[in-house]
Design a protein around this ligand. Structure first.
Ligand code: GDP
Ligand code: MG
Length: 400
């Protein structure tokens, strides 16, 4: 039940570089042996302040490392190679890649902010491609893909649903199985697209397309990594943001972040991913090319306030996917589990998740036998249907 994020975009914009940077973690992420699961699947992490400071003692992290009071909570990342216009028709192996995205909870679309790659990813003169265009065409590809999944043998099936008097939600949910569309997202899509719920067999292709678009908007939130920002300026960023609003664009320098994480691992710099700057403990150790590369990188980070790489992921996870972090414990006074470990697990859950669903995330038995949750700060009871607060430390009480 780890959150899954897809990196999408046309070839040569920096998806793999971003993937490599985000999954290069120096913190151990149990239960993951190390961060790369398959060539294009890996584990990245989002940052959140650890509540251990409130207790005045250290924590005993299990799934999410704690570094200087910051918890690194794992999320799964998939690098989906080059989607090109026409992908939904199978162009550039589009089908296979799109199908990799079925289970994704959200997308980071990587674009070349410097405008120096064409639609197929070939290099062109900087500024000759508007990066907003690829955001718009990718949207159309994704809509066509969802429309197609939705539309297979639609009318015949829709008529039988009408005859049997089944609910349209059930009909659609069955068609969208595997696409990871939550019931509330489907309900929201039905509301915004205002189709005639009683007569799906009457829906026009345009109406089905509008519904597919609404499903996509409601169930697969997107943020844009405006990459190669080291070769672009503020005017490029503003133009992109205006053209793709309300989708947010975060300027990123993926190869700068990758360089920094590698340099930090080699001990050449002090840098925590997401920091606005880095330090060089021993400048004499740098070769002249290294010193030059780091100086250029420092200038980019000054311009943009960092590399933007952690920021773009966290923007998606916290702002668009509305995730919060909660800490299940067995002892609500000491914030420990049965083995005395302090705040062992940090879980990402959607902000409106009821307490009982959080219990199910910990263990099926805890969900099945849920009695109440207890807030580890106020010690008040939390009912099954009540959502938890961000950063909640919570004990689940279950019938034996
Ligand atoms: N200038 C610049 N180049 C980058 C950046 N990120 C990636 N690149 C380069 O862009 C090219 C394509 O990167 P890659 O990650 O393979 O792109 P993908 O095809 O989208 O996976 C490589 O030469 C990278 O080094 C960046 O932030 N700035
Ligand atoms: Mg790649």
């Amino acid at each position: 039940m780890t959150l899954e994020i897809g990196l999408v975009g046309k070839p040569n914009v920096g998806k793999s570089t971003l993937f490599n940077a985000l999954t290069l973690l120096d913190v151990a992420m149990a239960p993951y042996p190390f961060t790369t699961l398959e060539p294009n699947r890996g584990v990245a992490a989002v940052r959140t302040p650890c509540p251990h400071a409130e207790r005045g003692g250290p924590c005993t992290p299990g799934n999410a490392a704690c570094v200087d009071g910051t918890r690194w909570v794992p999320v799964n990342l998939i690098d989906v190679p080059g989607l090109v216009p026409g992908a939904h028709e199978g162009k550039g192996l589009g089908h296979r890649f799109l199908d990799d995205l079925r289970a994704a909870d959200g997308f980071v679309q990587v674009v070349d902010l410097s405008g120096a790659t064409d639609a197929e990813g070939r290099p062109v003169a900087p500024g000759s491609e508007a990066p907003s265009r690829e955001v718009l065409w990718l949207e159309e590809e994704l809509v066509a893909w969802v429309s197609e999944i939705l539309g297979r043998d639609f009318e015949r099936q829709a008529r039988s649903v009408e005859l049997e008097g089944k609910k349209v939600e059930e009909f659609l949910a069955a068609r969208l199985t595997g696409l990871s569309v939550a019931p509330h997202a489907l309900a929201a899509a039905l509301r915004t697209s205002s189709v005639d719920r009683a007569h799906p067999s009457h829906w026009t292709p345009d109406e089905r397309r509008a519904l597919a678009r609404a499903i996509l908007t409601a169930s697969k939130p997107r943020v844009v990594a405006a990459n190669k920002c080291d070769r672009a300026g503020d005017a490029d960023r503003t133009a992109l943001s205006e053209a793709i609003a309300p989708i947010p664009a975060v300027p990123t320098a993926a190869d700068a972040e990758l360089t920094l994480r590698r340099a930090a691992r080699a001990g050449l710099v002090t840098y925590r991913p997401g920091d606005p700057e880095f330090a060089v403990p021993d400048p004499a150790r740098l070769t002249p090319p290294q010193a030059k590369a780091l100086a250029a990188l420092r200038a980019t980070m000054r311009t943009w306030g960092g590399t933007g790489v952690q920021a773009v992921l966290e923007r998606l996870v916290f702002d668009r996917l509305h995730q919060i972090v909660v800490y299940p414990v067995e002892d609500e006074t000491h914030w420990t589990d049965g083995r005395g470990r302090v705040l062992p697990d940090a879980l990402l859950v959607p902000a409106d998740t009821p307490a009982r669903s959080v219990a199910y995330r910990v263990h099926t038995d805890l969900g099945d036998h849920f009695v109440r949750a207890i807030d580890g700060r106020s010690h008040r009871a939390i009912a099954a249907d009540q959502p938890l607060a961000p950063n909640a430390v919570v004990r689940i009480v279950a019938r034996k």
